[in-house]
Design a protein around this ligand. Structure first.
Ligand code: ASP
Length: 292
């Protein structure tokens, strides 16, 4: 038995030096909020969800409020979560404005009939489950609009939002969970679905291997099934090595750019990226560490 742990990321990309400290601090706050849920008796899934919720509410990140915009200037949100004991998962994609897409994904998981719901169907499910629709006026930030403008002018490459959020959790007693949420890549086509809501690509959790949340160019992550790849490696070696090896293979095979956080059922952690930054934090009862 080892210490429980919550690991969080705030997206792979290139966060400007002047904003990095605040960006990393927000991820640490989220991881600690998730850990508090776990220590109060919540499940690993509850803790992963809470960690992501905190960052969805923070306009600094590309998830929930502050999410990146489509080429039409609209918000289409993707999120998923999974628990490793029963391999139960819930996901939504192309969700119109709702403050907490990860809560809707959790609703899909708890409902249990489907794993993933899309667009207006997902929105109707969310309303029936008691979630209120939000609006673009409330959730679109000036910075998201600026990012879209820069993209339209060809000044930024697709995918460099650097603010997708994710969490992986281990209770140190063999149970793991993962959750990821995003607005997607800047200027994506309306209807585009990235890796974030796809089980095995952006998010994976299995008590027999581990849990992983990914970030980066979704098309490459989808083709490589990166989260499942990283977790499968845990059957052979330690989490830190697996994270590095998975990102190296991802770069080699599909020219992928991104990063991931990984936790084994014994609570050991791996964090890797091949981008300039990926804000991350590791919260344990004995203390929190963070970095980019
Ligand atoms: N993976 C996300 C997507 O492609 C974007 C990101 O992680 O920044 O939608």
């Amino acid at each position: 038995m080892s210490e429980p742990v919550v690991v969080a990321h705030g997206g792979a990309g290139r966060v400007a030096k002047g904003r990095l400290e605040e960006h990393v601090a927000g991820v640490a706050t989220a991881a600690e909020a998730g850990l508090a849920v776990l220590m109060a008796g919540g499940s690993v899934l509850d803790a992963a969800q809470r960690t992501v919720e905190v960052m969805e509410a923070d306009p600094l990140y590309n998830a929930g409020t502050g999410g990146s915009l489509t080429d039409a200037g609209t918000l289409e949100l993707d999120a998923s979560l999974m628990e490793g004991a029963g391999l139960r998962a819930g996901a939504i994609c192309c969700l119109p404005p709702f403050l907490h897409p990860i809560r809707v994904a959790r609703g899909v998981l708890d409902d249990g009939r489907h794993v993933m719901l899309a667009a207006e169907g997902a929105a109707r499910f969310a309303e029936a489950a008691g979630f209120e629709r939000s609006t673009e006026a409330v959730m679109v930030t000036a910075s998201a609009r600026e990012r879209l403008e820069r993209w339209r002018e060809g000044r930024v490459g697709e995918g460099w939002a650097g603010g997708t959020v994710g969490a992986v959790v281990s209770d140190g007693r063999g149970h793991v969970a993962a959750a990821t949420s995003t607005g997607g890549t800047v200027g994506k086509r309306v209807g585009r679905v990235g890796d974030t809501p796809i089980v095995g690509a952006g998010t994976w959790a299995d008590d027999r291997s581990g849990a992983c949340s990914c970030t980066g160019i979704g098309e490459a992550i989808l083709r490589f099934a990166l989260a499942r790849d990283a977790c499968e490696r845990l059957r052979q070696t330690d989490a830190a090595t697996c994270a590095e090896e998975a990102i190296a293979a991802f770069g080699e095979r599909v020219a992928g750019e991104g990063g991931l956080i990984l936790v084994a059922p014994d609570g050991s952690v791996g964090i890797a990226r091949n981008t300039e930054t990926m804000s991350h934090a590791v919260a344990r009862p004995s203390g929190t560490t963070s970095g980019s």
